[in-house]
Structure formats: structure tokens, C-alpha cells
Design a protein around this ligand. Structure first.
Ligand SMILES: Cc1ncc(COP(=O)(O)O)c(C=O)c1O
Length: 367
């Protein structure tokens, strides 16, 4: 089926629900093709209703959202910030934008950040904040992390860029800490082509973030600035896409979970899958595996020959040349995951037959 269609299968391509174009047309009709307009507040409201976060701010990217969170929490030069090593660089770069020092923490058997290592690193370094990633759509051990955040008074920023809709004890990833962020980059569970959302239960912080995201302009007739800010606000055009995507987010989560289930049933004898921690429900943004006895890079190359995109797992931050020498608390888990694992094609428009063919290709490499 895959070879017949000759169409490339992408890892997690955009998947519109149907109303997005209609909403974008409305933006054109109103001429609010700008970083202001009704769809921006509508998108923020929809994210609040869905996640039950009290306040939300639509931004140009998830990276920008993390940056503003750090800025508002007063993280600056010489401050230390703990962060997941097993993540994407967008989670870490904002720590550097603020001139602060990232300290990398390894994963535990959940594949997400290890709270025991976090506590050890807190005692040794007295960090001001931690940025923890809920990876690939699965919740990190957020209850333990919240406990540590309160006990040691370390601010908690949840990077839920990949995990919109994931829950722990029924509560949404991104809504436990001081701030949470989501990404609407092109490959995420829903997309605006590029964008992010900052959420918090603290109104003052979100108000301040809004101010900083629009160049810190004072409320004045002319352009008056007592401090500098950023050009980080989301466009009304993109927010219109976001409003349309929010309408089908639940369906996308169910479909991603179904995709996971099909892979699991067909590959569980040759691979292990990223687990869900007890009491959580992931959005299964990407189905991710580690092989028991197979080089994943060979499989990735083979699938690519078949016109199918797959990917290695994130290369841990402490292994990246740019972070050579950065203080890290390691246990070998993320390095092992990187060496043995891969992300399977997980687009929400995949059909069962296509997934079964992908499984056959993978098995043909392994057996
Ligand atoms: C874990 C993680 N953090 C942060 C980001 C940054 O989000 P954005 O691309 O919207 O800046 C991404 C995704 O792109 C991500 O996967």
C-alpha cells in the first residue's frame, strides 16, 4: 500500500480538522492580519478551557514561552537551572538567553527526568529553577517534582511542548508548576505552523509576559519604554488555525493512542515502548521504542529507502558538542535510549494498513 501510493510518510505531519481555513478567511475579511485580533484571545480561552489552566498567552513559539517564563521568574546571570538532558534544545536555549547556567539531569525508567537525581542536584547546587520536559507526550513524575519544587523552593517550569492533552491524576501536564508551555510547531499533536502557549495560574505573571512579548511598550500615546522586551506575540492568522485545531484535539489524542496500540501489538516482542507512569494518560504524540537487539539507525535508513520518515530518539543535551563540559547528573539511561531507540511514524492521518506495513518493514530488519 505504501509503495503503491509513492507518497512519503512523514513522522508527524500537520493534520487539519476542516474549520481552520474558514477561520483564516474570517481573519482576512476582518483585515486583522496582525499580532492582535479576536482569534488570539479565542485560542487562549480554548487552551484554558481544555487544560483548565487559569491564564494563557499565545506566543510565536514554545521556546519563546520558556524564555518569558524564566525572565519573569527572575532567572538571570549566575543562576543555576536544572533541566532534563533527554529533550530538545528548545527547552534549554532560553536558559542561555538569560545568561544562566543549565545543569543536566538524566532520565529514570519512565524515560523522563529522574526526581532522585533532581533532589541530589538541588542539594549540591541550590538552583533557582528547573525546566522539566514531559517527553513525547508522556507525563514526567510531576507529583515528586512538585514536592521537590515546594520543599526546596525551586521554581518549576513544565515543558509540555510535546504533551498537550497528557494528564496525571486527571490534571493536565503543564498546569502543575509555576508555568507550563505548549508548542504548535508543524509536527506537534496540533499545529499553527509555528507557535507556542504560556500558561500559569498567576494572572500578574501572564500580564507581565504579555507586556514583554509585545516589546514592553508602556501604556502611553507614544512609544515609551522603561525596559526592553521581545517580539514574541502570536499572529491572529496563526491563532485562527489554532482555534480550528483545538476543536479536534481530543480526536487527535485518541488516534495517536490507537496508533501506539497497533505498533505495540505488532512489535512488543522485539522492542520496548516508552511507558506511561501510573495514574497518567499520555497523548502518545510519537510512538517511541527501544530495540532489544537491533541498531535503530539501520532501521531508520531502511525505512527512509521505503520513503518513510522515522527518527532517532533525542540525543541527550549533555552529549551535544555545544554543551561540552556542562555540569550533568547522569546514570547512563538517556545515552542508552539514544543508542537503542527510535521514533516511529505517528501522523494522526495514518491508516492501520500503513502502520502494519511499517511494522513488517521493521521486522524484516530485525529478524
Ligand atoms: C520538548 C520540546 N521543548 C521545546 C520545544 C520548542 O518548541 P517550539 O519549536 O515551538 O519553539 C519543542 C519543539 O519544538 C520540544 O519538542
Amino acid at each position: 500500500m505504501i509503495s503503491k501510493s509513492k507518497q512519503r510518510i512523514f513522522l508527524s505531519p500537520p493534520h487539519m480538522g476542516g474549520r481552520e481555513f474558514e477561520y483564516v478567511k474570517q481573519v482576512f475579511e476582518s483585515n486583522y492580519i496582525a499580532p492582535v485580533g479576536e482569534f488570539i484571545s479565542c485560542f487562549e480561552k480554548k487552551v484554558c478551557e481544555f487544560t483548565r489552566a487559569r491564564y494563557a498567552l499565545a506566543l510565536s513559539s514554545g521556546t519563546a514561552a520558556i524564555h518569558l517564563a524564566l525572565k519573569i521568574l527572575g532567572i538571570g546571570e549566575n543562576d543555576k537551572v536544572l533541566a532534563s538532558t533527554f529533550t530538545f534544545i528548545g527547552s534549554i536555549a532560553p536558559i542561555l538567553y538569560q545568561g544562566a547556567e543549565p545543569i543536566f539531569i538524566d532520565s529514570d525508567d519512565s524515560w523522563n527526568i529522574d526526581p532522585n537525581l533532581v533532589e541530589h542536584a538541588i542539594k549540591k547546587n541550590r538552583p533557582k529553577a528547573m525546566v522539566i520536559t514531559h517527553l513525547y507526550g508522556q507525563c514526567a513524575r510531576i507529583e515528586e517534582l512538585m514536592y521537590l519544587s515546594k520543599k526546596y523552593k525551586v521554581h518549576l517550569i513544565e515543558d509540555a511542548a510535546e504533551s498537550l492533552g497528557a494528564t496525571y491524576m486527571g490534571r493536565h501536564a503543564g498546569t502543575f508548576g509555576d508555568f507550563g508551555i505548549y508548542s504548535f510547531n508543524g509536527n506537534k499533536i496540533i499545529t499553527t505552523g509555528g507557535g507556542g502557549m504560556l500558561v500559569s495560574n498567576n494572572k500578574e505573571w501572564i500580564d507581565k509576559a504579555r507586556f514583554l512579548s509585545t516589546q514592553a511598550r508602556e501604556d502611553c500615546l507614544w512609544y515609551e519604554h522603561k525596559e526592553y522586551g521581545y517580539n514574541y506575540r502570536m499572529s491572529n492568522v496563526l491563532a485562527a488555525i489554532g482555534v480550528g485545531q483545538m476543536e479536534i484535539l481530543r480526536d487527535r489524542i485518541e488516534k495517536k493512542r490507537k496508533i501506539f496500540q497497533i505498533y505495540f501489538e505488532n512489535l512488543c516482542d522485539i522492542a520496548e515502548f516508552m511507558p506511561e507512569i501510573p495514574n497518567s494518560r499520555g497523548n502518545r504524540w510519537l510512538t517511541t521504542i527501544v530495540f532489544k537487539d537491533q541498531d535503530p539507525f539501520e532501521v531508520i535508513r531502511y525505512l527512509n529507502e521505503k520513503n518513510i520518515e522515522s527518527r532517532p530518539l533525542w540525543k541527550p543535551m549533555h552529549m551535544q558538542p555545544v554543551f561540552k563540559g556542562t555540569k550533568s547528573y547522569l546514570n547512563g539511561i538517556s545515552e542508552d535510549l539514544f543508542k537503542k531507540g527510535m521514533c516511529l511514524p505517528s501522523g494522526s492521518s495514518l491508516e492501520e494498513e500503513q502502520i502494519l506495513t511499517i511494522c513488517e518493514y521493521i521486522r524484516s530488519c530485525v529478524l
